[in-house]
Design a protein. Structure first.
Length: 308
């Protein structure tokens, strides 16, 4: 594909992708009555239904760079196994022989490394939207993969998450400044023992509430974790370190409840982002559009979009 064609493709992508991300997040900042002409959404890749799309969970596909195999345990189902972008690139000829015309790769950004004995090998526990996941390689390796795919006229789709971030904070329900598993009630008849983890408390439509010995004490503050060993660190960009950008209602346990579906933390402690806020939507658009600019990838698949 020539430079002119690719430039036109890129321009069409930025117009349509930015708008699509904004509308997918929430319509609150778009005023349709003020539009003087209809919006035409265009795709730079033709009709995606014409593509033979091959989904790749990067960590589980192929390992070609042993230098990024730290903290991994290939014999353990829930740990990193060592797959990386270089491994995909080495197998592009094989994929092309299968008739693949588009690769859909798992998220590329830096994740919480491990939580409760399980690794973030799948890529859906975002911690830093601006950095590559070092388990898969560096930016040069990702750019090399995309370029090699394009040489074979194959498209590259990057998986992204706009609904939530990883397990980056806990709710300080008992106001003691440390994460706890709380045991409440006496266990007597009519008062069953309740176990509440401050990492992942059940949904409360009012927002998660704090309490003291005197009873409820208003909204529970959230406290970001600082554990470099597992990459439980405050999120980036820095806007996501503001408690106000999260819905803070706790874990969804009833997906039939629209409030929980849209505003609850995703089970496993994944913190729901308030995508009704214009600044949050803009941060998402800016962060992910940057990956297109950096890598020349061709599109996004948006994870958990029905929860946004």
């Amino acid at each position: 594909m020539g430079d002119r064609g690719r430039g036109e493709r890129r321009a069409r992508f930025h117009r349509s992708a930015a708008l699509a991300l904004t509308l997918a997040a929430a319509p609150a900042c778009v005023h349709f009555d003020n539009l003087e002409e209809p919006i035409e959404l265009a795709t730079h890749a033709g009709d995606w239904r014409d593509q033979v799309i091959y989904q790749i969970l990067v960590d589980r596909f192929a390992d070609a760079d042993y230098g990024n195999n730290y903290g991994y345990a290939p014999d353990h189902m829930a740990r990193y196994h060592g797959g990386d972008w270089a491994g995909i690139e080495q197998n592009l000829d094989y994929l092309q022989e299968l008739g693949v015309t588009a690769l859909w790769i798992s998220p590329v950004i830096k994740n919480v490394d491990t939580d409760a004995g399980v690794d973030g090998y799948h890529g859906y526990w975002a911690q830093d939207l601006t950095a590559t996941n070092p388990h898969f390689g560096d930016l040069a390796a990702l750019r090399s993969l995309v370029a090699a795919a394009h040489e074979r006229e194959m498209l590259v789709i990057i998986d992204i998450v706009t609904n939530h971030l990883g397990q980056l904070f806990y709710y300080d329900i008992n106001l003691n400044g440390q994460p706890d598993i709380l045991i409440q009630e006496s266990g007597k008849f009519g008062k069953p023992v309740l176990h509440t983890t401050e990492y992942d408390p059940d949904f409360d439509p009012r927002g998660i509430q704090a309490f003291t010995s005197l009873g409820e004490a208003g909204p529970a503050p959230i406290i970001f974790q600082h554990d470099p060993a597992t990459n439980h660190m405050p999120p980036l960009p820095v806007i996501f370190q503001d408690p106000a950008v999260y819905n803070r209602k706790g874990r969804t346990y009833n997906f039939a409840d629209p409030d929980q579906l849209l505003h609850g933390d995703f089970p496993g402690g994944l913190k729901d982002v308030d995508t009704s806020r214009c600044d949050v939507k803009q941060a998402m658009v800016d962060s992910y559009a940057r990956w297109i600019e950096l890598t020349d990838a061709d599109g996004f698949r948006i994870d958990t979009v029905k929860h946004v």
